[in-house]
Design a protein around this ligand. Structure first.
Ligand code: CDP
Length: 145
C-alpha cells in the first residue's frame, strides 16, 4: 500500500518546530518559486520510504538530523502530478543552514506562519501555494504556539 502510494510522485516536507516556532525556508530556485517560502523537503525517490526521504532531504538541504514524529493529516496537490505530504519532525542535532535550494531560513510564530493572517502578524510568511493549506494543517495539529 505505502509503496504504491509512494510511486504516486510524493513530495514530502517537514514541519520542524521548537520553542513555539516553525521553521520556514525561502527557495532560491527554480526562478518561478524563488523568494517564496516553504516547509523544507523534496521528492520521495522510487522505493524510498516517505520518512527516509524526509530525513535525507533535511540533511542535504539544511544540514540537520531529524526524526519524523507524525504525518500531518491531508495531502495537497502540486504541479506535474505530484502531491505534498507533511510530517512533524523533531530536530535531533545541527543548526539549520540553507545549504541548497534555499537562501534564507526563519523560525516563525504561529501568527506569522498563519496563511490567512490570523492574529497580528507584522511580517507574515509568503508561502508557496500548496504550503498554505499544509501549514494550516500543521498549526491545527500542533495547536497554538
Ligand atoms: O529537492 P527535490 O528536487 O527532490 O524537490 P523540490 O524541488 O524541493 O520539490 C519539488 C517541487 O515540490 C517543487 O518544485 C515545488 O513545486 C514543490 N514543493 C512545494 O510546493 N512545497 C514544499 N514544501 C516542497 C516542495
Amino acid at each position: 500500500m505505502t509503496e504504491r502510494k509512494t510511486a504516486a510522485r510524493v513530495v514530502v516536507a517537514g514541519a520542524v518546530y521548537g520553542g513555539g516556532r516553525l521553521l520556514a525556508a525561502r527557495r532560491s530556485a527554480p526562478p518561478e518559486l524563488a523568494g517564496r517560502w516553504e516547509l523544507p523537503g523534496g521528492k520521495v525517490e522510487p522505493g524510498e520510504r516517505e520518512e527516509d526521504a524526509l530525513v535525507r532531504e533535511l540533511r542535504e538541504e539544511l544540514g540537520i538530523e531529524t526524526v519524523p514524529v507524525a504525518r500531518v493529516p491531508g495531502a495537497w496537490p502540486l504541479p506535474r502530478g505530484h502531491e505534498l505530504r507533511v510530517w512533524t519532525v523533531r530536530l535531533v542535532s545541527g543548526e539549520p543552514r540553507p545549504l541548497q535550494d534555499h537562501d534564507a531560513l526563519r523560525w516563525v510564530t504561529a501568527s506569522e506562519a498563519a496563511p490567512d493572517g490570523q492574529g497580528p502578524a507584522p511580517d507574515p510568511v509568503d508561502w508557496l501555494e500548496a504550503d498554505r493549506p499544509a501549514v494550516r494543517a500543521v498549526l491545527a495539529l500542533l495547536g497554538p504556539a
